[in-house]
Design a protein around this ligand. Structure first.
Ligand code: GLV
Ligand code: MG
Length: 355
């Protein structure tokens, strides 16, 4: 097969569609808050949430009853038209590509609110061909509707085949914005035996060796993370493609402590955000996915001590060099991006004194 020229990779896929971006805009997305646009109580709360969360996502897929699919789609159009989102992003999760609803989801949303939608989340992505389908369709609809800004694509990693193809998915289009873990569908597709939506499982553990040969004695158990492998694989695929990785849903809304642990593991491994299924989780995500004051204080000390960025210095008995400086800059740069949209964080970071 003859490959497409690299020169054409950034050409619009339909005449008159906006050119796809060369880089994913670095817009904070610590919490992607899901709402059901067919639920009038939830929908009514959306305008007041603008400014309190980085991303508001109108969900059309799972968790919306089949009978409510059209109401959800129309509800989202109405909310989007009637709301000024300011710096808050508006995303949607469309129905899966094998459903009877997805074509109308895309046609309606891009035609009616294409200029307001930042990102389309595509569920149950199996391979790059799924992204190519959405990519071309978005271009055709953008061209037809005169949409000025290209709508980006976010894939959910929630099928075994999707995990096997994650690198190709991440690289499938310049529209790719990021990928989220979908632990519920992924567990089902893989025939994992957990029935929880995200999080650990008490049965997935490692046990301390017997003390004095007493197999039945008191032995500490260490619960392991069921999602570590998948998240790490997703982070590598995203980083290599220059797009953003995310944790996904954490279903136990009451267990705010375990949610925070899962989110922090994802943050430490390289993720930039997570989903929020309840306002409680927004606060957790905003805190966890923002570098701490201590981290920024340390990072700025290293930046100051490293001068032109080459060589090695000792700080508090620890070696710092060109590479550890880069690690620190990851945090400093992220703090700057977040401070630009979050005045409270800006105040916190501005108050840090580096000694
Ligand atoms: C999310 O969509 C999941 O299946 O976990
Ligand atoms: Mg799912």
């Amino acid at each position: 097969m003859s490959h497409k020229s690299p020169k054409d990779f950034f050409a619009p896929l339909a005449v008159g569609a906006p050119a796809p971006p060369r880089e994913v805009p670095a817009r904070p997305s610590r919490a992607i808050h899901f709402f059901d646009p067919s639920n009038p109580k939830m929908a009514a709360k959306v305008p007041a949430m603008v400014g309190t969360v980085d991303v508001l996502l109108g969900n059309l897929e799972d968790a919306v009853k089949a009978d409510n699919k059209v109401a959800a789609r129309e509800g989202l159009v109405e909310i989007a038209k009637g709301t000024d989102f300011g710096k808050t992003q508006l995303w949607t999760r469309i129905n899966s590509l094998d459903s009877p609803w997805v074509l109308d989801d895309l046609v309606t949303l891009v035609s009616e609110i294409g200029d307001k939608l930042d990102v389309v989340m595509v569920p149950k992505v199996q391979g790059p061909e799924d992204i190519h389908y959405v990519d071309r369709l978005l271009a055709q609809l953008e061209a037809k509707g005169g949409v000025q800004k290209p709508i980006l694509i976010h894939a959910i990693l929630e099928t075994a085949r999707g995990v096997a193809n994650v690198e190709e998915i991440a690289l499938a289009s310049p529209r790719m914005q990021g990928i989220s873990l979908g632990p519920a569908d992924l567990a089902a597709d893989r025939k994992m035996k957990t029935t929880r939506v995200g999080g650990g499982h008490p049965g997935y553990l490692v046990r301390q060796d017997p003390v004095d040969g007493d197999i039945h004695g008191n032995r500490t158990v260490f619960q392991q993370d069921l999602w570590h492998y998948t998240i790490a694989k997703m982070v590598d695929a995203c980083a290599a493609a220059g797009i953003y990785p995310y944790y996904g849903p954490f279903g136990d809304i009451t267990d705010v402590v375990a949610a925070e642990d899962q989110f922090r593991n994802a943050f430490l491994l390289g993720c930039v955000g997570t989903w929020s299924l309840h306002p409680k989780q927004i606060e957790i995500a905003n805190r966890v996915f923002s570098p701490s004051v201590e981290d920024i204080k340390h990072a700025r000390r290293v930046v100051a001590a490293m001068g032109d960025g080459t060589g090695a210095v000792m700080l508090d008995g620890k070696m710092e060099d060109d590479a550890s400086l880069k690690q620190c800059l990851v945090l400093v740069d992220l703090a700057e991006e977040l401070a630009a949209i979050d005045p409270k964080l800006k105040e916190l970071y501005d108050a840090i004194e580096v000694d």
